[in-house]
Design a protein around this ligand. Structure first.
Ligand code: HEM
Length: 507
């Protein structure tokens, strides 16, 4: 056999032909899928000016919600793709794009990015907020919504809410008697913290030692979870161990504290008439849901973390806006003071029909959502949004702060005008329960905040009573309320809010 015939014999055999065809098909498929992902990424609007390593990070600035809004105006008013460090990130900035992500394709975008903080601080992201979309998340979310944060449970907490409100009012009364200013930022922060601690740890939260420890740990979490950190933008670098030791130390401190608190719950039986707190509830469903103690601790940390700062920031902004707008304050005072209270405290029942109070709550959230970028979402499949294909595995940030100030969605978008939500106005039917994609401070869809009712009732009882019982003024010589923002885990005002209370003469 000559060489040519031998070659044909060897390589043109049916087996070789099949192998060759398969190889060609695989090569074509690989080439296609690579170029497809590339093509898709290129198709999404994207600012041109990227830097090596950091990508678009330098364009964002110290207030990311503002920086991202400005970039969106230039490059992608609905969606744009940025490279934040090593991570391709879809920025969603319009109501229609938010609807596409949070409603139309909710199941695709309901996951969370994998982070080192989530892995270490929440032991494999076993809290609710960091947990990737899947069976574990479904189970823990079910525990929260059907056992822990139910309407019944929140109603049952009413006496505790009222008791905390009375304590806060008593401290303001002392300041009013002395003619001194009240640090309302401080008061709201403690009030929100006590409300959440009471609901979570119930009968032991007032013991000083625990309160201080919880507070310190809570501040530590904020430092780890805040902002666009190294972990978010360079996950593989973060996995090399930079910063992990600090996160592990923080988890150990939480472990020690929560173990002690849980042990106290198991060893001290509830007294007759005690309302089971979140820890009691979690322990009662532990076997049913096959929860480990680590799972329970991660979920409890979530409750502290998610519920405290957000609520106090909402209160702080509401009072700051009221102090800046005396006519709005007067209208709210008139509404709450129309109510005649017998027990020195406006109750939940009194508050439920106050439409101007609800309008102030919504307007504050429209302009100042405490989590202006929600929590980051992650896509689990390729998906089309506003005509662009977003590849699977993309991190997604929804700028609800920008959406709440969208000029084509709201009249006088930058102004504090609660009247827009009153009956007869264009936005009368708008609410923040995830159905109006222009107003999303609690998100929408599967990942929407499960603490919305808890937060709303906490807000109402303290704000309405402070407005009912006191008139408020800026301290003498004050230049006005400073609305400068600071970005951390949440967005809050940089300066504490100081106002002078005077006991109101209610006729
Ligand atoms: C004013 C108060 C609050 C605001 C503005 C707020 C806002 C949010 C936002 C924006 C999210 C993320 C939604 C998303 O990624 O799409 C969230 C998630 C969450 N919130 Fe809240 N929240 C508040 C109060 C609370 C309270 C009081 C609790 C519990 C006591 C709570 C528990 C949670 C949990 C567990 C999650 C994670 C949900 C998940 O990933 O499935 N929040 N919240």
């Amino acid at each position: 056999m000559n060489l040519e015939v031998a070659f044909l014999h060897e390589y043109a055999s049916p087996r070789a032909l099949v192998v060759a065809v398969v190889l060609v098909l695989v090569a074509v498929h690989l080439a296609r899928s690579t170029s497809r992902a590339e093509r898709l990424r290129r198709k999404l609007p994207c600012p041109r000016f990227t830097l090596p390593v950091i990508g678009h990070l330098h364009l964002i600035g110290s207030l990311p919600h503002v920086g991202l809004r400005d970039l969106a105006r230039k490059h992608g008013p609905d969606v744009m793709l940025l490279r934040l460090g090593a991570v391709p990130t879809l920025i969603v900035s319009s109501p229609s794009a938010a609807r596409a992500v949070l409603r139309t394709h909710d199941h695709v975008f309901a996951s969370r990015p994998d982070t080192v903080v989530g892995d270490i601080l929440f032991v494999g992201s076993t809290n609710v907020g960091h947990s990737p979309y899947g069976e574990y998340w479904r189970q823990v979310r079910k525990i929260i919504t059907t056992h822990v944060l139910t309407a019944k449970k929140i109603r049952a907490n009413l006496p505790y809410r009222e008791q905390e409100a009375r304590l806060a009012l008593a401290s303001v009364r002392e300041a009013a008697a002395a003619g001194t200013a009240v640090d309302l930022t401080h008061l709201f922060s403690h009030f929100a913290h006590d409300m959440v601690s009471q609901a979570v740890a119930g009968r032991i939260h007032r013991e000083d030692r625990w309160g201080k420890l919880f507070h310190d740990l809570f501040v530590g979490n904020g430092q780890l979870l805040g902002g666009f950190n190294l972990d978010d933008c360079f996950p593989s670098l973060a996995r090399l161990g930079i910063g992990s030791a600090n996160i592990a130390k923080q988890r150990k401190r939480w472990d020690d504290l929560l173990d002690e608190v849980i042990d106290r719950h198991t060893s001290t039986p509830m007294e007759k008439g005690d309302e089971p707190d979140f820890i009691d509830v979690m322990l009662s469903v532990q076997d049913e849901y096959k929860l480990t103690r680590n799972n329970i601790k991660s979920i409890l940390m979530d409750m502290f973390q998610a519920g405290t700062d957000t609520t106090f920031i909402w209160l702080d902004y509401a009072m700051a806006e009221l102090a800046r707008a005396p006519q709005v304050m007067a209208k709210l005072q008139a509404e709450v003071r129309r109510c005649s209270t017998t027990n020195q405290l406006l109750t939940q029942e009194d508050l439920s029909s106050m439409s101007y109070l609800k309008a102030v709550m919504k307007e504050t959230m429209r302009l100042h959502p405490p989590g202006p970028l929600l929590l980051p979402h992650a896509s689990i499949a390729d998906c089309e949004v506003e005509g662009y294909v977003v590849p699977a595995g993309t991190r997604v940030i929804i700028n609800v702060w920008a959406i709440g100030r969208h000029a084509s969605s709201w009249e006088r978008a930058e102004e504090f005008v609660p009247e827009r939500f009153l009956e007869g106005s264009v936005d009368a039917n708008s609410d923040f329960y995830g159905n109006d994609f222009r107003l999303l401070p609690f998100g929408s869809g599967r990942r929407m905040c499960p603490g919305i009712n808890f937060a709303t009732l906490t807000f109402e009882i303290i704000l309405a009573n402070l407005i009912y019982h006191f008139d408020w003024e800026l301290p003498e010589g004050s230049p006005g309320v400073d609305m400068t923002e600071a970005f951390g885990m949440d967005v809050h005002r940089k300066e504490n809010l100081l106002l002078v209370p005077r006991v109101a003469k209610i006729v």
